[in-house]
Design a protein around this ligand. Structure first.
Ligand SMILES: NC(=O)c1ccc[n+]([C@@H]2O[C@H](COP(=O)([O-])OP(=O)(O)OC[C@H]3O[C@@H](n4cnc5c(N)ncnc54)[C@H](O)[C@@H]3O)[C@@H](O)[C@H]2O)c1
Length: 339
């Protein structure tokens, strides 16, 4: 099976692409490489891997020829990045994805899998499942909801569309993200030996390990059409809904440290818990890893200097930096000067 992975050089993609190659898939990565291409350096040159540097909004559709399935990861990938330029966020995260899905169908692919997010639920009392009303609070979450709604009707008996609403992801990746809660906590435990925790620490959040969520996408590729067509799945597990303070304690304990912390902010009333029973029952999906595993792995990688706390690991800061650099270059070009 030949799979197009948009955004395949990103945090999740750079973990998932090697897994797809191990699983005997042919893989085409379509990515702007905003975080560099070196995130795929361990697999670059693989005979079943093609890397294409282009934008989901305007790439040449002939790239879709011969593609059997699409895993659609490309996006401005969190709430703050989505607010830098809401118009562009809608262009990429909504219309860009709809374009991908329509082209996939037009060129005869059989499957389309959308990397959605549990943040479509916003904050709600109680436990939300796939049938709960959505409550998107940011441009990022709104564009995911709109894309889901626009893409859902494309599913038919030859073309399946599936929406994976992922919990907040954690764990080591070649494109490391320290703007994700668990990864950030481990970084600060390593760097400063203590954490700043938002009051009052009882707020709930769902999490999933990066290799586990990658496996969920692969499970959809391997599943029968009727099991996944026009289906939404929350990706995570009921056991991995955590309250923030006990989570911090658990991470410190995994690292053999006593938790040192200070509180900040007003009590955070924004809490949400997600029910992950559907993916367990329908796709037999069960995460294999826990935040404790990730804590040790990330800590060790920091110790060994394999990952660093640099600006590229903070998604919003990096996008702001790229935009500013682009603006300066344009200005210099307009002045007829060369940098
Ligand atoms: N990481 C999480 O916790 C999480 C949780 C829920 C959902 N998601 C979703 O999963 C997907 C992947 O997330 P991630 O953490 O790997 O993000 P990421 O930012 O690390 O990766 C996104 C990739 O998409 C590429 N990209 C962005 N805009 C593009 C465009 N217009 N054309 C081509 N390529 C483009 C970037 O270069 C990058 O490599 C995103 O859709 C994100 O919203 C992530």
């Amino acid at each position: 099976m030949k799979v197009l992975v948009t955004g395949g050089a990103g945090y999740i993609g750079s973990v998932m692409v090697p897994m797809l190659l191990e699983g005997d898939f042919d893989v085409v990565v379509l990515d702007r490489f905003f975080f560099g291409k070196e995130t795929l350096k361990d697999v670059e040159g693989h005979p079943r891997l093609t890397l294409v540097k282009d934008d989901i909004r305007w790439f040449d559709p002939s790239l879709m020829r011969g593609i059997d399935a699409v895993i659609d990861l490309a996006a401005l990938s969190n709430d703050p990045s989505g607010e830098i330029d809401p118009q562009k966020t809608l262009e990429i995260n909504n219309r860009g994805r709809v374009r991908i899905a329509k082209l996939a169908k037009k060129y005869g692919a059989e499957k389309y899998v959308f990397a959605s997010t549990c943040s479509v639920y916003g904050f709600q009392d109680g436990i939300v499942n796939e049938n709960s009303p959505v409550n998107p609070l940011t441009t990022y979450a709104k564009s995911a909801v709109l894309a889901e709604q626009d893409i859902m009707p494309l599913g038919d008996d030859k073309f399946s569309v599936t929406f994976l609403r992922q919990a907040t992801v954690y764990g080591l990746s070649p494109r490391m993200r320290f703007d994700l809660v668990i990864n950030a906590m481990v970084l600060y435990l390593w760097k400063e030996g203590k954490l700043k925790i938002m009051r009052d620490g009882t707020q709930w959040r769902p999490f999933v390990y990066v290799k586990d969520t990658s496996r969920a996408f692969i499970k959809v590729l391997e599943a029968d059409h009727d099991l996944v067509n026009k289906q939404i799945f929350n990706v995570g597990s009921n056991e991995q809904n955590y309250q923030i303070f006990p989570l911090a304690q658990m991470l410190a304990e995994a690292l053999g440290m006593e938790l040192q912390y200070e509180w900040y902010g007003d009590p955070d009333k924004r809490s949400y818990r997600v029910d992950f029973s559907k993916i367990k029952e329908v796709l037999r999906f069960k995460p294999k890893y826990t935040p404790k595993d990730a804590a040790k792995e990330i800590y060790q990688a920091l110790e060994e200097g394999k990952i660093r706390d640099d600006i590229k690991t903070r998604t919003v800061q990096w996008y702001k930096y790229l935009l500013e650099a682009h603006r300066i270059i344009k200005e210099v070009e307009l002045d007829g000067k060369i940098l």
